[in-house]
Design a protein around this ligand. Structure first.
Ligand code: ASP
Length: 609
C-alpha cells in the first residue's frame, strides 16, 4: 500500500501563521505567547543523521545528495529496495557493479524490516517506470553507501496494513503494530489535534495548562476507583476518575481558566470499548454560564478539526434530555439519520425477536397499508377516530411500519431507541446507507435530571452527572420537595450517537452543596470537607466540561475501537498484553504496604493467577 499525502494534509494547518495581537498581560510572557503562535512547517530531519524523510522526496529534489534512514519494506530481485519511514516509501536502487559489492551485500542480505541507513543521489526513474500511485513515484535513490543499523529477526506478523492479524497479537507486539500506516496516522492526527487545542485554549483564549495529582483520595459516588497502597498501614490513595475536585479548587484559587490533557482512571471491570485509563481534555472556567462553555467547545472543535475533513459547522444543535429520550430513545442520539421509530416492512420478525431475547419485551408492529388501514394486532384497541391523530404524530407514510410499545416511559423509550439502532444495522447490512461515515453530527443534550434513582435501590437517589452539578435555576425550589423532578445545568456533547463530552455549571454555595451531598445523596461529607470549606471562602461561580479525547479521535479517524488511537492500550479485560500487566508481586515486596493477598478459593479465579 502506498501512503497518500496524508502527512502534508495533517501538517498543513501548521504553516498558517496566526495574525493576532495579544494584549500584554505580563510583559515578556505576552511577547513569548505571540512568538509561539507564529507557526511554520515542522522540520522533520533536524538534529539527526538523515537529511530527508523517505516520504518527502520529489522531482524537485533531483540531483540532491541525501541520507535516509528507514525500514526495509520489500526487495525486488536484488535490484530494488523500498525503504519506509513514518512519512512514506521510497525506492532505492541496489548497485550492481563490482566496486559496490559491500553495499550490495548489505542491501541484499538484510532481512525485511531491518533498519538501514543509505546515502546517495536522487535520480529520476527511467521513462515509463514512474509510479503515479506512490507520492515519491517519479524518483529513486542511486545508493553510494549503506549501513545496516539493526537487523530484524523473523517477525510475528508482516508490517503491511492489509495483513489480517488478531488484536491480541497486535497488542502483544504493539511496538511493531505502531509501524503500520493506520497507527501512524491515528497517533499523529491525535497529536496534531491536541496541539491545536492547546493553541486555541492557551494562546487564543488565555487558558492555563495545569497538572493535577493522580495520587488522590477516594471520591464518593460515581465510578469505582483504583486504589494505590501507601506505607501507612491500612491507608490508600485513589487514582482520580477525573480532576473534578482539583479543577474546582483551582477556580477558588483564582486560576479562572484552567485546562489539562488529563489522565483519568476508572476501575469498571472489563468493558468492550472502554479503557481503565483514558484521556480527557479537561476544562474549567469562572464566571461562565452554559452558553459560554458551549461556544468555547464549538470554537475549540472547529479550530482543531483536521484539515482533511469537512469543516465543523457551528453552533451545534441542542435538544433537551426529555426530548432526546422521547424521540430517539436515548440521551445520545445519532442524528445522522431520522428513522426515529419507524422502519420499512422488512426484518420485522428479527426485530421482535431481538426485543424479546434482549429485553424480555413484546413489541407490536403496525403495518400501514396504502389506504392507511392498520394491519396490526393492536388495531382493535385503538379507536378508529384516534388513528389519524397517531399517524400525524408519528409522521408516518404509507408502507411504513410503526413499532408500538407500552410500559414505563424511560424503559419503553430506551428499548425503542435500541431498536432504532438495531433497525439501522439491519438496513445497512441490506445496503441502505443511513449513517454516512464522513458525516459528523454534533448535538448538545441539555436539561438532564439532577438525580436518577439508584439502580440497586430505586428509592434512593444518585447524581446523574456528579454531585457538584448545579440545579437548574428554575427548579431549585423542588430540591426540598420533589428532588427527583429537579433538572440540572448538566450538558453532554454527542457526536454520531456517542457521548464525547460532558460537564456542568457547578454548585458554588457550600450550604447547597452540603445539603445535596448529605441529605439527598446520603454521602459521607467528611470525605469532601476540603471542598465544602473552599466553597465558603469566596468561591466564584464556575463551570466546565471534559471531552473524551480517545473517543473523539476514534470517531474522527473512523477507527473501529478506541484502542486504535491509543499507543499502548489495555485489552478489553484491562491487561497490557505486551508486558503482562497487571502482574503478581512477591509477598516480601507487599510487606512495606502491610498487604497480604487472600487468594480466591474459587477454582476459576485461582486459575487466572
Ligand atoms: N469531570 C467530569 C467528567 O469526567 C466532567 C465535568 O463535569 O467537567 O465527566
Amino acid at each position: 500500500m502506498y501512503l497518500p499525502s496524508w502527512l502534508s494534509q495533517l501538517y498543513r494547518g501548521l504553516s498558517r501563521p496566526i495574525r493576532r495581537t495579544t494584549q500584554p498581560i505580563w510583559g515578556s510572557l505576552s511577547r513569548s505567547l505571540v512568538l509561539s503562535s507564529q507557526r511554520r512547517n515542522p522540520e522533520f530531519s533536524s538534529f539527526v543523521v538523515r537529511t530527508n524523510t523517505c516520504g518527502e522526496l520529489r522531482s524537485s529534489h533531483l540531483g540532491q545528495e541525501v541520507t535516509l534512514c528507514g525500514w526495509i519494506q520489500y526487495r525486488r530481485q536484488n535490484t530494488f529496495l523500498v525503504l519506509r519511514d513514518f512519512h512514506g516509501l521510497v525506492q532505492v536502487i541496489i548497485p550492481q557493479d563490482e566496486s559496490a559489492a559491500s553495499v550490495r551485500k548489505i542491501l541484499c542480505e538484510a532481512p525485511m524490516e531491518s533498519v538501514v541507513q543509505v546515502s546517495g543521489t536522487v535520480i529520476s526513474r527511467p521513462a515509463g517506470q514512474e509510479n503515479p500511485k506512490m507520492p515519491t513515484g517519479e524518483i529513486e535513490i542511486k545508493v553510494k553507501t549503506a549501513e545496516l543499523l539493526n537487523a530484524c529477526k523473523k517477525l510475528p506478523f508482516e508490517i503491511k496494513d492489509f495483513m489480517k492479524k488478531t488484536e491480541a497479537l497486535r497488542l502483544q507486539y504493539r511496538y511493531l503494530d505502531l509501524r503500520s500506516f493506520q497507527m501512524q496516522y491515528n497517533l499523529r492526527l491525535r497529536s496534531q489535534m491536541v496541539m491545536k487545542m492547546r493553541d486555541y485554549l492557551c494562546n487564543l483564549h488565555g487558558f492555563v495548562d495545569i497538572e493535577t495529582p493522580t495520587l488522590f483520595k477516594r471520591t464518593p459516588g460515581g465510578a469505582k476507583e483504583f486504589l494505590v497502597p501507601s506505607r501507612e498501614p491500612g491507608k490508600f490513595y485513589s487514582l482520580p476518575q477525573s480532576p473534578q475536585q482539583f479543577k474546582q479548587l483551582l477556580m477558588v484559587g483564582g486560576l479562572d481558566r484552567y485546562f489539562q490533557v488529563a489522565r483519568c482512571y476508572r476501575d469498571e471491570g472489563s468493558r468492550p470499548d472502554r479503557q481503565p485509563e483514558f484521556t480527557q481534555i479537561d476544562i474549567e472556567m469562572s464566571f461562565v454560564d452554559q452558553t459560554g462553555i458551549q461556544s468555547l467547545i464549538e470554537g475549540l472543535l472547529q479550530y482543531s478539526w483536521p484539515n482533511d475533513k469537512d469543516p465543523v459547522v457551528v453552533p451545534f444543535p441542542s435538544m433537551t434530555f426529555a426530548e432526546a429520550l422521547a424521540t430517539y430513545g436515548t440521551d445520545k442520539p445519532d442524528t445522522r439519520f431520522g428513522m426515529k421509530k419507524y422502519l420499512k416492512r422488512k426484518d420485522i420478525e428479527s426485530i421482535r425477536k431481538f426485543s424479546a431475547d434482549h429485553f424480555d419485551q413484546e413489541i407490536l408492529p403496525v403495518f400501514l397499508n396504502t389506504n392507511r388501514n392498520w394491519n396490526s394486532p393492536v388495531a382493535n384497541f385503538i379507536r378508529e377516530s384516534k388513528r389519524p391523530e397517531l399517524i400525524r404524530l408519528m409522521e408516518t407514510q404509507e408502507e411504513d411500519v410503526v413499532l408500538l410499545m407500552a410500559g414505563e416511559h424511560n424503559k419503553a423509550c430506551s428499548l425503542l431507541g435500541k431498536l432504532r439502532l438495531e433497525c439501522a444495522d439491519l438496513l445497512e447490512t441490506r445496503g441502505v446507507v443511513l449513517r454516512d461515515p464522513t458525516l459528523f453530527s454534533f448535538l448538545w443534550v441539555v436539561d438532564f435530571p439532577l438525580f436518577l434513582p439508584k439502580e440497586e435501590n430505586p428509592r434512593e437517589l444518585e447524581s446523574a452527572h456528579h454531585p457538584f452539578t448545579a440545579p437548574h435555576p428554575s427548579d431549585i425550589h423542588l430540591l426540598y420537595t420533589e428532588p427527583e423532578k429537579v433538572r440540572s445545568q448538566h450538558y453532554d456533547l454527542v457526536l454520531n450517537g456517542n457521548e464525547i463530552g460532558g460537564g456542568s455549571i457547578r454548585i458554588h454555595n457550600a450550604e447547597l452543596q452540603r445539603y445535596i451531598l448529605a441529605t439527598l445523596l446520603k454521602e459521607d461529607v467528611k470525605l469532601l470537607s476540603h471542598i465544602l470549606q473552599a466553597l465558603d471562602y469566596g468561591a466564584p461561580p464556575h463551570g466546565g466540561i471534559a471531552l473524551g479525547l480517545d473517543r473523539l479521535i476514534c470517531l474522527v479517524t473512523g477507527s473501529p475501537s478506541i484502542r486504535d488511537v491509543i499507543a499502548f492500550p489495555k485489552s478489553f479485560r484491562g491487561h497490557d498484553l505486551m508486558s503482562n500487566t497487571p502482574d503478581s508481586i512477591p509477598p516480601e515486596e507487599l510487606k512495606p504496604y502491610h498487604i497480604q493477598v487472600s487468594w480466591p478459593t474459587d477454582s476459576k479465579a485461582a486459575k487466572a493467577h
